[in-house]
Ligand binder design. Structure first.
Ligand code: G6P
Length: 614
């Protein structure tokens, strides 16, 4: 994780770095720091947020300078304190570095440097790298670019770095392996960011570094891109970004999370744009069209993902097996990559990821590729590493998601996965036409239906008032609602720090029922389709033991209403559509509970949006 920013040009750098870092705080907020060069090197760093760092700049003199770098940290090596904050400076005080990633062999590199007399102030792997660069530069008597190149050749791990040498203050060196790095190209100026958000307001021209690439950005000579493995110069590809700056602002909402929850109708419309033109027309997902032979002959589909994206994958298993009739397996990317899974030619591996940068998912992709699988990626962030590392795929187009707890990205993932299942199932002739028509019509209408669920937000807010003292929650759902129960529980624990567990409703009797008493709130999804009466029995079992029930029901329900303490209605719909709707009240419930408890909704403690470390 961690976010890095940088600027080299003619503008005052301070504001560019600070506003840029604030946009990257979703990547970590344990500490923040900047380096600004104006005739001499100024480094300031602070534990905590970028706002804490800002308060250190009491003197306007310190804000001068038009070259600098900044860092917002999600701690890996070493406690989240001021000393371990970036930028790290070499022993001579000349070279400074910001780093996102992990140098896995830092121990052995450090012991060599210690023998040479280097002294380390921090516990970080990054401080080892900056001193390694310095050591190589001084012993080989070479420039910073070459020294960085030789140092990176020795490094095992992942990095996105920016390096500055105050003895040659017209240059910043950047390089990438595993962690993301984007360079904004302006008029005689360059911006650096872990993603383009820090420089979107200044330029939309962007170079995404690929793994093993290094950019030497020189104020006089411009940008030179090098391939670290081949040690050769490459032509940079400048992309014209289409991102909208307003997407990354709160737009009148108290929190990004709330804004993103209410954006879901629009986001899903964007997911469907050009793909679901009308229920009467065939679905058009070009990557499926182009690679349909792979789906036709697939023996198995394996989903790999983490966190909320893993819950979306779990729901996809239900959708795909139901509508396509091809066996599906869902794996945590972190488990998959470290076991020895059987993958055969003819298997399709589908990584699902909001950020497209999750380290475990990326590593799992590499492994599946080596074993000959066809990789079909589902990502939200356009141009992300996962999008580039897969054979083909589809974007969710949910728009920028800033709140660390994923909401709209998840809704877009599951809507898209259902659309894909309908498309493939129909092409394979595995869905009855009447069924297909019914589901596709309801799916096309889902942005509107979600609006009607969102209009109940006040009712959900009122319910939330009654659970601020709870220290545990259980979430239950059967069938299509089981992954939603898991996601509901995850949302609550992520932002309110209340312990919550999701379970298949029928599993309750195998353990969790022991926890039920009058202090235990149970959120149960009890919409009116196939397993309804079985879920009603589960509700009775909870009630008999004094549990407090909040039930998500279909509109017009009377049976559950008699049993539950609180009910939240969602519109009547097909059972494949219901999980997409049932998830919305659970997002709102978590939001209101966390907000009333005074939690930091958009930046929950210890979490980060994009997990680019193992
Ligand atoms: C982090 C985020 C989660 C996300 C997970 C997977 O833990 O906080 O919200 O679901 O990573 O991320 P991805 O970007 O691969 O979907």
């Amino acid at each position: 994780m961690c976010g890095i920013v940088g600027y080299i040009g003619n503008k005052p750098v301070y504001d560019i770095l600070i506003t840029g870092l604030k946009k990257l705080e979703y990547r970590g907020y344990d500490s923040a720091g900047v380096m600004i060069y104006d005739k001499s090197l100024l480094i300031k760093k602070s534990k905590g947020k970028v706002a804490d760092l800002e308060s250190l700049f009491v003197n306007d003199q310190d804000k001068k300078g038009s070259i600098g770098m900044g860092h917002t940290r999600w701690a890996t090596h070493g406690a989240p304190n001021q000393i371990n904050s970036h930028p790290h400076v070499s022993n001579s005080g000349e070279i400074s570095l910001v780093h996102n990633g992990i140098i896995e062999n830092y121990h052995s590199l450090k012991s060599v440097l210690l023998k040479k007399g280097y002294v380390f102030k921090s516990d970080t792997d990054s401080e080892v790298l900056v001193n390694l660069i310095e050591d190589i530069k001084k012993t080989k008597k070479i420039k910073l670019g070459k020294a960085t190149y030789f140092a990176l050749k020795q490094v095992v791990g992942a990095y996105a770095i920016a390096v500055f040498d105050s003895t040659n203050p017209t240059e910043i060196i950047t390089a990438k392996l595993g962690s993301p790095l984007a360079i904004g190209v302006g008029e005689s100026e360059y911006y650096i960011g872990s993603d383009p958000s820090p420089f979107l307001e200044f330029t939309k021209r962007c170079i995404y570094l690929n793994d093993n690439e290094m950019a030497i950005i020189n104020l006089k000579k411009g940008l030179t891109l090098r391939d670290i493995k081949k040690d050769s110069i490459i032509d940079p590809f400048i992309e014209e970004l289409k991102h909208d700056i307003e997407e990354v602002e709160k737009g009148g909402y108290d929190h990004f999370m709330l804004k993103e929850i209410f954006e879901q109708p629009k986001s899903i419309k964007d997911t469907f744009r050009g793909r679901l033109l009308s229920p009467s027309l065939p679905i058009k997902i070009s990557s499926i069209e182009m690679h349909f032979d792979k789906f036709r002959s697939a023996n198995r589909i394996i989903f790999i993902s983490c966190g909320t994206s893993w819950h979306a994958s779990l729901l996809a298993e239900y959708y795909f097996e139901e509508l396509i009739r091809i066996p599906v397996k869902v794996e945590y990317a972190s488990e998959f990559r470290y076991r020895n899974p059987v993958i055969n030619k003819g298997d399709i591996v589908i990584p699902v990821s909001q950020s497209g940068e999750t380290a475990d998912t990326l590593a799992a992709i590499k492994m599946a590729k080596e074993k000959g699988a066809f990789l079909y990626g589902i990502c939200n962030v356009v141009g992300s590493t996962i999008a580039r590392e897969t054979d083909t795929g589809v974007y969710t187009h949910a728009g920028s998601e800033i709140g660390v707890a994923s909401t709209k990205a998840f809704s877009c993932q599951i809507s898209l996965l259902l659309l894909m299942a309908l498309d493939i199932g129909k092409r394979l002739g595995r869905i009855e036409e009447i069924r297909y028509q019914k589901i596709i019509k309801e799916l096309a209408a889902i942005p509107k239906t979600i609006e009607s669920v969102l209009s109940k937000s006040k009712h959900i807010e009122d319910i939330s008032e009654n659970f601020l003292e709870a220290s545990n929650f259980i979430y239950l759902g059967r069938g299509y609602h089981f992954p939603i129960a898991l996601e509901g529980a995850l949302k609550l624990k992520e932002i309110s720090y209340i312990h919550a567990e999701g379970y298949p409703a029928a599993e309750m009797k195998h353990g969790p029922i022991a926890l039920i008493d009058k202090y235990m709130p149970v959120v149960i999804i009890a919409t009116n389709k196939s397993n309804y009466h079985k879920v009603v029995s589960n509700i009775m079992e909870i009630k008999a033991r004094g549990g407090r029930i909040i039930a998500i029901v279909s509109s017009g329900d009377t049976e559950v209403k008699k049993l539950a303490e609180y009910t939240i209605e969602i519109p009547n719909c097909d059972e494949l559509i219901a999980p997409i709707l049932a998830n919305i009240p659970l997002q709102l419930l978590s939001y209101y509970i966390a907000n009333k408890k005074g939690c930091n909704i958009d930046q929950p403690r210890n979490l980060a949006k994009s997990v680019t470390v193992e």
